[in-house]
Design a protein around this ligand. Structure first.
Ligand SMILES: [Zn+2]
Length: 237
C-alpha cells in the first residue's frame, strides 16, 4: 500500500451514510469534527504543527530548518474536508490526503524545503449546511461579514454561531485575517474533476486555467398557491 492508500483508507467510513453510500460531512457536524481530528493526527505523525485559524481553517506547517517567527511566502496546498449532501469520497479530501502523501514522498526523496510548506483544509467550503459556500476562506479574506455569517441557519434552525459554540469554538473570534496574505506565497490544489472534461480527452490530470464562478440566490414569490394546470392564465398572479 502506498502512503496515499493508507491515508485514504483511514477516512473512508467517516460521515458515510449507511443507506445511500454518499458522504454527509457538514460543517461543524460530528463527521467534520472527526475529520479535523484526523487532520491533526496526520500532521502530528509528520511533526507538523497545526493551527486552526479564527475562521476554522486548518493549517499544518512544515517550516525550513532554523526558521524563526511567522511563516511567510509559503507553498500552500490542500483542499476541504466537508461535503455536499451525499457527496462523493474524493471531492475535497483528495486534495488534503494527497498533500500529506506528497510530504511523505518529498521527505523520502530527501528534499529539504527552503520555504515554509503548509497543508490546509478550508472550513465549510461546500456551504451544504448553512447555504453559503467557502465560509472559512470568505471570512478570512473579508468577502463575508462576520455578522452575516454568524446568523446563517441550517435546516434545523441552528445558527453558525451555535454550531461553532457546540463544537467548542469561539464564534466571536471570526473575521478577516490580513496576516494570511503574508503567509501564502503559492497555492496549489488537487481537486477531483466533477465533469467529463478529462474523460473526453483521456487524460488523468490537467491544470485548470480558470474556475467556473457560481452563486446562490434565494427568491420569495408572492401570489396565490393553486394547481398548475387547472389555473387559467387570467387567474394567475
Ligand atoms: Zn470540492
Amino acid at each position: 500500500m502506498t502512503a496515499f492508500d493508507t491515508l485514504w483508507a483511514s477516512i473512508l467510513d467517516v460521515g458515510k451514510h449507511p443507506t445511500t453510500g454518499g458522504y454527509r460531512r457538514f460543517a461543524w457536524s460530528d463527521a467534520d469534527l472527526t475529520l479535523r481530528e484526523w487532520f491533526r493526527g496526520c500532521a502530528a505523525e509528520r511533526g507538523m504543527d497545526v493551527e486552526e485559524d479564527r475562521n476554522g481553517n486548518l493549517w499544518a506547517w512544515w517550516l525550513p530548518v532554523g526558521w524563526e517567527g511567522d511563516p511567510t511566502d509559503a507553498f500552500v496546498t490542500g483542499s476541504h474536508l466537508d461535503s455536499v449532501p451525499d457527496g462523493g469520497a474524493f471531492d475535497g479530501p483528495l486534495g488534503v490526503v494527497s498533500a500529506f502523501a506528497a510530504v511523505d514522498l518529498v521527505r523520502e526523496r530527501g528534499i529539504v524545503p527552503t520555504v515554509p510548506i503548509a497543508i490546509t483544509a478550508f472550513s465549510d467550503e461546500e456551504g451544504a449546511r448553512f447555504g453559503v459556500a467557502c465560509v472559512g476562506s470568505q471570512l478570512t479574506t473579508g468577502a463575508l461579514a462576520p455578522q452575516r455569517a454568524l446568523g446563517l441557519r441550517d435546516r434545523d434552525g441552528i445558527t453558525l454561531a451555535e454550531a461553532m459554540t457546540r463544537a467548542g469554538r469561539v464564534p466571536e473570534h471570526i473575521g478577516t485575517d490580513p496576516t494570511l496574505v503574508d503567509r501564502v506565497g503559492v497555492y496549489v490544489e488537487l481537486h477531483v474533476e466533477q465533469g467529463r472534461a478529462l474523460d473526453l480527452v483521456d487524460a488523468p490530470v490537467a491544470v485548470a486555467s480558470s474556475i467556473w464562478p457560481h452563486g446562490r440566490w434565494q427568491f420569495t414569490f408572492t401570489g396565490e398557491a393553486n394547481h398548475a394546470g387547472a389555473t387559467r392564465l387570467v387567474d394567475r398572479r
